[in-house]
Design a protein around this ligand. Structure first.
Ligand SMILES: Cc1cc2nc3c(=O)[nH]c(=O)nc-3n(C[C@H](O)[C@H](O)[C@H](O)COP(=O)(O)OP(=O)(O)OC[C@H]3O[C@@H](n4cnc5c(N)ncnc54)[C@H](O)[C@@H]3O)c2cc1C
Length: 463
């Protein structure tokens, strides 16, 4: 179709990657981007919170970038409804925009549980750049902060706040931290490490009330105890931004349901990123993998199909990686599968590894190790490769069971890297389309951190 009208809703990583991919194939089509926020990366927020970068470094696409890609932008506008018959979207100012095809890349929003006092000043989410700016403008240096919820986002925020020298206490409802990311054995290793690095965790209890008291906040816990802090960050969960799609007949589950072309049940309407419940790699199931790599992959596949290519997505690999004040914590794929596992763990050296097997293939893993352990960091990449490539390890399974810390030989012997190199999402290498931080050159804000000292001063372990 000549001069096709593409409309993309949401200026996050999924929306921008889709636009760049459309332009890989088409130079003359019309692209309109509608977003209620400017284009930026949430992933960078912890560095901003820690004071490592300035706010302007958080933004990804500036006007030059959109002009280069020939994109008509409507930033600061919100889509309120979709008319799938008329093929148009309505914005919050009442205007409408017509489309030939539409991409919903609206991400998700942080939720706030109905705790009395959760609306008090000083209690907030940490989901957007606005949330981070609000915290930094209010919080005093070295303040005390409670984070409600010790899941993936809670610990990602810890990284930023600890870097900003705040004293953190987690309150977690489940018996372990990171309950949806790692097994309880691994959680104990992380909790113990965090405790040794000044981060307190209170697990197995909930916050029942928050009250203002003498310029501070007092949290009452179900256990009967209480906690006094300067600020509270709520990190108890997220929900996909898909309410506006309800009237258009688009099927939803945990997110907007899409097929392997990233298309919804309504022809010509696609969804990508945190809002989409999409295919999982090596599985028939679908899931919301609310992580940036999945948002990028979704955007690329959706963009290619919107540009008339016939691209089929193999599915996303669920994986989460965090840096818990110097301890690297990662989980991949079907890490919950504990029927056949290879295990290594030591609370003394803060190592925990669990490989989950299906036959002779690794289908999931939990990898915990110190940021200073280069071998462990290499192994994280290799384990991801084994799972992604679905490698049948044959006799190397037995080798790994006997030598769980030597993954390199099986990785090379089974030609995993060779297998991975053959696969690109669209069959075409990706180029960035000029996406970059908005005001280069950005200078790093230099701060003294303890990590360099750790790297240079620790004696090698005795063998
Ligand atoms: C603090 C923080 C740290 C993170 N760190 C990591 C990390 O280290 N690794 C990782 O993999 N992931 C991380 N994530 C998650 C990652 O940022 C998300 O998976 C990613 O942003 C999803 O991209 P997206 O494009 O789908 O959605 P988003 O980035 O959320 O973008 C969607 C955009 O659409 C807008 N929008 C919503 N509704 C409408 C509407 N009706 N009309 C117009 N616009 C709308 C939203 O406001 C938003 O601007 C982090 C998230 C946070 C909050």
């Amino acid at each position: 179709m000549a001069n096709k009208k593409h409309v993309v809703v949401g200026a996050g990583p999924a929306g921008l990657r889709a636009i760049e991919t459309i332009r890989d194939y088409e130079s003359d089509s019309s692209i309109t981007l509608i977003g209620d926020e400017p284009a930026y990366s949430r992933m960078v927020i912890p560095y901003y919170l820690a004071g490592d970068i300035e706010e302007r470094a958080v933004y990804t696409g500036d006007q030059d970038y959109f002009t280069n890609l020939n994109v008509n932008t409507k930033l600061g506008s919100r889509v309120t409804s979709i008319d799938a018959k008329a093929k148009s979207v309505t914005l919050d100012d009442g205007s409408t925009v017509e489309y030939d095809d539409l991409l919903i890349a609206t991400g998700s929003s942080a939720t706030r549980p109905p705790i009395p006092g959760a609306d008090l000043p000083g209690v907030q989410n940490m989901w957007s750049v606005g949330d981070a700016r609000a915290f930094l403008s209010r919080a005093k240096p070295n303040s005390e902060v409670a984070i409600i919820g010790a899941g993936f986002i809670g610990l990602i925020i810890l990284d930023g706040l600890h870097g900003g020298h705040h004293k953190i206490t987690f309150v977690e409802l489940e018996d372990n931290i990171l309950p949806r990311m790692i097994a309880s054995g691994g959680a104990k290793v992380v909790e113990s490490w965090m405790g040794r690095h000044g981060v307190e965790t209170i697990t197995g209890t909930s916050v029942t009330r928050i009250e203002a008291s003498n310029g501070r906040l007092s949290l009452s816990l179900a256990s009967g105890k209480s906690l006094q802090v300067d600020s509270v960050v709520v990190a108890t969960g997220i929900k996909p931004n898909m309410d506006f799609a309800a009237g258009a007949g688009i099927k939803t589950g945990d997110g907007i349901l899409v097929n392997n072309q990233m298309e919804t049940n309504v022809a010509g309407i696609f969804a990508a990123g945190d809002v989409a419940e999409g295919p999982i790699l090596n599985s028939q199931a679908r899931a919301v993998h609310a992580i940036q790599p999945t948002a990028f992959e979704h955007g690329r596949v959706a963009g290619a199909n919107m540009a008339g290519q016939k691209v089929t997505y193999a599915g996303s690999l669920g994986f989460n990686v965090i840096d818990a004040v110097g301890l690297q914590v990662a989980s991949f794929g079907d890490w919950q599968n504990d029927a056949d596992t290879t295990n290594v763990s030591s609370d003394i050296t803060s190592i925990y590894r669990r490989l989950s097997w299906k036959g002779d293939a690794i289908v999931g893993a939990i990898m915990i190790g110190r940021a200073t352990d280069i071998g462990a960091l290499n192994d994280v990449g290799m384990v991801k490769g084994f799972i992604q490539a679905g490698t049948a390890l044959g006799k190397w399974k037995d080798y790994i069971n006997k030598n769980p810390l030597d993954l390199r030989k099986p990785y090379v012997a089974c030609k995993v890297a060779e297998g991975l190199l053959k696969t690109t999402l669209t069959g075409k290498p990706a180029v960035s389309g000029g996406r970059r931080y908005r005001f280069p050159p950005i200078q790093p804000v230099t701060q003294k951190t303890p990590w360099h000292q750790v790297l240079v001063s620790e004696a090698p372990e005795k063998t």
